[in-house]
Ligand binder design. Structure first.
Ligand code: G3P
Length: 220
């Protein structure tokens, strides 16, 4: 089980990378926009900075909606760095673009995946990752994690090499459930990573150990 950081914020990657648990980063146009990024040039600048901090795949999403435009953007984006993975949406146009770029040897992260059927298409095409959006499915009253588990099961049954990357992770319990469902990876916001590290009993225990140690030192 690998963890990716879900952000376009360089400072967040700088904060998380010393923990040694982040194997990659995923970005999308909304996360980029949150950082004031509105064109491919500044998207590239942020991604190159992120790539200096993380030795692993960094997913960058296309912004064009037509297959031809997506392919053009994908071919440009992968030239930025060898660790780039191109994010393409689970649409008819996206699958068409995927078929072209996968043939070119480009690594693809199939994004905005909400069903086993969509994942199956990406798996057959040969996407490197498929990203089911757990939180957004939950928001609509569906069981997002059940979709993750079903995709894992189907890919296993057919020995498909596409990795399941649980996305739209909103809280630490999502991470546990993704791990139990057999997801190869989960992409998580920094807030969730921080929550994973935290336990109130650890805080109490650390304080008590420090206190007892100080008391013992005084006695000696
Ligand atoms: O990786 C996709 C993810 O960022 C979407 O998350 O919280 O916007 O549904 P969210």
């Amino acid at each position: 089980m690998r963890l990716f950081l879900d952000t376009a914020n360089v400072e967040e990657v700088r904060q998380a990378s010393p923990l040694g648990v982040i194997s990659g980063v995923t970005t999308n146009p909304s996360l980029a926009a949150k950082e004031g990024i509105g064109d491919l040039g500044s998207y590239k600048a942020a991604v190159l900075e992120i790539l200096q901090l993380v030795d692993g795949p960094v997913s960058v999403e296309v912004t064009r909606l037509d297959a031809k435009g997506m392919v053009e953007q994908a071919l440009e984006i992968v030239r930025w760095h060898p660790n780039i993975v191109v994010k393409l949406p689970s649409t008819m146009e996206g699958f068409e673009a995927m078929a072209v770029v996968v043939r070119e040897g480009i690594k693809v992260n199939q994004t905005l995946c909400f069903s086993v059927n969509q994942a199956l298409l990406g798996g057959i095409i040969g996407a490197t990752y498929v990203s089911p959006f757990v939180g957004r499915l939950d928001d609509e009253g569906h069981d997002g994690m059940a979709v993750v588990a079903d995709i894992v099961e189907v890919f296993k049954r057919y020995n498909m090499s596409t990795q399941v990357l649980a996305a739209s992770i909103r809280h630490p319990l999502h991470v546990v459930a993704a791990a139990k469902a057999g997801a190869h990876a989960a992409t998580i916001p920094l807030k969730v990573l921080t929550q994973m590290a935290h336990h109130p009993l650890t805080d109490v225990g650390v304080a008590r150990f420090a206190q007892d140690w100080e008391r013992a030192k005084i006695k000696v």
